[in-house]
Design a protein around this ligand. Sequence first.
Ligand SMILES: Cc1cc2nc3c(=O)[nH]c(=O)nc-3n(C[C@H](O)[C@H](O)[C@H](O)COP(=O)(O)O)c2cc1C
Length: 320
Amino acid sequence: MKIYLAPMEGLVDQYMRQTLTTLGGYDACVTEFVRVVDQLLPSKVFKRLCPELNNDGKTSAGTPVVVQLLGADIDAMTANAVRAVRLGAPGIDINFGCPSRCVTRRNGGSFLLKDPNKIHDIVSSVRQAVDNHIPVSAKIRLGYENTDLALDNANAVQSAGADFITVHARTKVDGYKPPARWEWIAKIKDELSIPVIANGDINSVKEYRRCIEMTGCEYIMIGRAAVSYPDLAAQIFHDVRNQEYTPLEWRQIHTLITHMSEIMRIEIKDRFALARIKQWLVFLKQKYPEANDYFKIVKTFKEFEQLEDFLSLNHSVLEQ
Ligand SMILES: Cc1cc2nc3c(=O)[nH]c(=O)nc-3n(C[C@H](O)[C@H](O)[C@H](O)COP(=O)(O)O)c2cc1C
């Protein structure tokens, strides 16, 4: 089995990838999408979204970080894929799922789910241009408005030579509404011979087991729950191996928050780092009631120093 950390624009950046992969369980991460219009992007764009390119394409924990591209221009997608690989990307993923309007208006992301031939041509061109040993994959939803083309799109990805496919089991119109339709992942898995990565609503070890049973997949991708339950991949990893594992307590989550604040503080503007921690607390609230208590206080902060003081004070309290 393999566990992937999902690409999530504005939520899973290098700081979150570094934080989550140190906890173990992940086999690979995928970057936020690199938006490709009709030009070859400068190297700095890739390095900004994937600073891990300076570390052999891996997080500091050694987990490979695949670069995701989003766009509809075949030549530009191909040229940028080649550039990403030259810069050290250990894999290329192509986004056919992003629902946001600014993306679909430019005919990228989920809009392409209306056109299996275009999907085929983009994946095929990228696959042919990129070194054989570098995996090329695609991430799809079940369709745009409905699931009519789900199998056609999946087949298009396979026949184009992709090494694997990730299926987020919702249509564009479904948005992020639960439940994800895992029965469709099972249908796609039956149809294809390449590995299928199941994605959507894998929120616990129990849901993981149910998803694997229903879809027959060996590979999964965890999205929002990876941020709400930072050690979910580790929990699944140990469960699969029948190994004892004690899920993280709040005290340990506090340490993770402090650590991520420290690494962000060194590299980015204070306000932005503060906003990211507030955002993370909102996700953590789902699992840890203490995150709610933190959030009520942290949301009033305007300066990063206030957060630092707060974390340091609570560190002393938690250690007592
Ligand atoms: C805030 C946010 C940003 C996302 N950004 C991307 C992205 O850049 N590329 C992509 O392929 N999917 C993106 N997704 C979709 C996720 O990768 C994933 O497919 C989706 O959240 C379903 O998985 P989940 O139910 O485990 O969260 C995003 C999702 C969210 C919530």
